[in-house]
Structure formats: structure tokens, C-alpha cells
Design a protein around this ligand. Structure first.
Ligand SMILES: [Fe+2]
Length: 350
């Protein structure tokens, strides 16, 4: 067999092993980015469509409600994951702690995303923010300003509703209370909050608006975007009535600011399409993408130069607490232990 024939034979054998799609696949890999997302597909599809239109890079999304970091860890070096999308500072820090991210240094991203909403080490970046606000009964609550501290005031005895204190949204809020006041004072506050509860913490954020509508309580803790989701819910129109029963109060808005959390992104440790992944992350931090995000989920763009939607603007202007989320993350564990110690989830009577 001549040298050329031998090479050809070896080449054909290789082709048989990998299949006839070897070349198209390799070519496609140049123009693809794989996203592992804990955010619902309808929220990110408009953004990804705009990204593909602008760059020609195709996107593949794996939606994982639970177990995202574990899945990437199990896939190891062969993980197809390029970009991770998730919500809450707890989950963002969680993927980093699982060891499935890598840091990036991008001028475009850093210029767009304020420092308080990104990891100082460059592992995670906030993309949108949401306020942890107070839903107040329009009929029964006269005041239009409030503080988190006030939730422990005896005047609210038996009037406050909330979801589990262990839910990540509440843990981040409690962690911010620890950061601002220290553990001892935050714990006294949490005891006061527990005494003021109308019922055992239960349901989700929207459930607290429903309870106010039903007259079970006057104040509830909830994220801002759920108000938009309730107001526009044609599938379950009763939610429009819940939203109509409440007004949004931005706690501490005139002083240190309202506690906000983020939805965010991270670059996967073994990203096979790293260059495209960074392009996508830069796109998500761009004014164009920020405007789309703000419209689809009633969140706040993380960029200061991006507009909020009209509906979100109708609740009033939010002044976010400028405590960095990385600082809040440090107190999450203490917050969770405090919830147990105080027995917050056991409700007012225990
Ligand atoms: Fe949520």
C-alpha cells in the first residue's frame, strides 16, 4: 500500500468512527454557544434571538430548574456548558463554590455592570435587579413610606405575611440586615418580625399579595417583578385583583436604599465555546439586551443608563441599597441559622 493510500485509509477509518457529520459539526461549533439556564426559556428567548441576529452565533439552551451546578460538576471537563444563567446571589455564589465557573475580565461587562452587582473576582455578574419590597394594603395602610426595621414595630402586630424565612430571597434580605446592624441587633429585629406575623410563613411572594387581598394581613414581603406578573396575568385574572389590592412600598428608599437582588450569569469552567460565551455575556450587559430584559420580566436593568418599563416605573423610583451583593453573600449562612434560632418559620404563636 502506498503512503497516500495508507493515509486515505486511516482517514476513512477516522471518518467512520466519528460519523459523516464530523465536518458540519466542527464548523457549527465555531458559531454556537451553550447555555445552562435556571431562568425560564420565555424570559431569555427574546434576548437570544437578538444575539443571534446580531452575531450569527446560534444558541442552545438547556433549561434546568434544579441541580444546575451539580450537573455541570458531574459532566466535568466534557461539559458542553458555556454560559450559566440563574437567579439570586445565593445561587450565583453557589455555582462558584461548586467550582464550575471561571473568572473573566471584560471591559465591556465591567463598564456596564455596577461594581456592587458583580463578583470582585469576576466569577459572576448581575444582569437584572429586583427589589425586595413591601406589598401594602391600599385600603388598610395609609403610609406611603416604610423601613425594614419598622417591620418589628409593635404597631404591626398580627399584620405581616411572608413566605418561608429560609427562601433565598428572604435570606439575602436578612443577610443585608446583618451586614447593616450586626448579628445581635438583626436577631432582635427578626424576633420582632416573628411576633408581628399574621400567620406561619407560607406560599410564594404572590401568595402574600393574595393574603392581603383576602384581608389576612396588611403587609407582605415580595419581589417587585411579581407585581408586574400579577397585573398582566391573563391566564389567572384573579391575580390582577391581588395586585390591585396592594401598593408597592420601597423600604428605606429615602435613606440607605431598598434591598435588591439579581438575576445573573457566569462563564462555565470548561466552556468549549469560550469566545462566543464571552460575546454573549457582553451582549447581555449591553444597553440593547438590558432594555429587552426589563420589558419581559418587569425587572430593573442592572445598567444605570437603561430605562425601566413604563409599568415598573408606575410603582415609583427605586433607590437600591449600595451594599455590594458579594458582602451580602458572606452573611447568608448566619442569616439562615438565625431564621432557625428565632423560629421564624414556626410563625407568631410558637
Ligand atoms: Fe422569583
Amino acid at each position: 500500500m502506498s503512503n497516500i493510500q495508507a493515509k486515505l485509509k486511516a482517514g476513512l477509518a477516522a471518518l467512520a468512527l466519528t460519523g459523516p457529520f464530523l465536518l458540519p459539526q466542527a464548523a457549527q461549533a465555531e458559531g454556537t454557544v451553550n447555555i445552562y439556564s435556571q431562568r425560564q426559556p420565555f424570559l431569555i428567548e427574546p434576548l437570544l434571538d437578538a444575539f443571534t441576529e446580531e452575531t450569527g452565533i446560534e444558541t442552545e439552551v438547556l433549561f434546568l430548574k434544579d441541580g444546575l451546578p451539580e450537573r455541570i460538576a458531574a459532566e466535568g471537563e466534557n461539559s458542553p456548558a458555556d454560559v450559566i444563567l440563574t437567579v439570586d446571589i445565593g445561587r450565583l455564589v453557589g455555582v462558584v463554590e461548586e467550582g464550575v465557573t471561571q473568572p473573566i475580565e471584560s471591559e465591556a461587562i465591567n463598564a456596564g455592570i455596577p461594581e456592587q452587582y458583580r463578583d470582585p473576582e469576576g466569577h459572576w455578574f448581575g444582569v437584572t435587579t429586583r427589589g425586595r419590597v413591601i406589598y401594602a394594603s391600599k385600603d388598610r395602610v395609609e403610609q406611603d413610606t416604610i423601613t425594614y426595621e419598622e417591620l418589628a414595630d409593635p404597631k404591626w402586630e398580627g399584620k405581616i405575611c411572608m413566605r418561608s424565612g429560609q427562601h433565598m430571597y428572604n435570606i439575602a434580605l436578612f443577610a443585608s440586615m446583618i451586614a447593616h446592624h450586626g448579628e445581635a441587633e438583626a436577631e432582635e429585629w427578626m424576633k420582632g418580625l416573628k411576633t408581628n406575623l399574621a400567620r406561619k410563613p407560607s406560599g410564594n411572594d404572590r401568595g402574600q399579595a393574595q393574603a392581603i387581598y383576602a384581608g389576612e394581613c396588611d403587609l407582605g414581603l415580595g419581589n417587585t417583578y411579581y407585581v408586574g406578573k400579577m397585573m398582566t396575568n391573563d391566564k389567572e385574572p384573579e391575580q390582577k385583583e391581588w395586585a390591585d389590592a396592594i401598593k408597592v412600598l420601597f423600604p428605606n428608599n429615602d435613606a440607605r436604599g431598598t434591598h435588591v437582588n439579581v438575576s445573573g450569569m457566569a462563564l462555565a469552567k470548561h466552556a468549549p465555546n469560550k469566545e462566543n460565551a464571552v460575546k454573549l455575556m457582553e451582549f447581555l450587559a449591553s444597553p440593547e439586551a438590558q432594555a429587552i430584559y426589563a420589558e419581559v420580566n418587569f425587572e430593573y436593568p442592572v445598567r444605570e443608563d437603561a430605562e425601566v418599563s413604563d409599568l415598573v416605573a408606575s410603582w415609583g423610583e427605586i433607590h437600591p441599597d449600595d451594599l455590594p451583593l458579594a458582602e451580602i453573600a458572606k452573611h447568608r449562612k448566619a442569616a439562615s441559622e438565625m431564621v432557625d434560632r428565632v423560629g421564624l418559620d414556626e410563625g407568631p404563636e410558637s
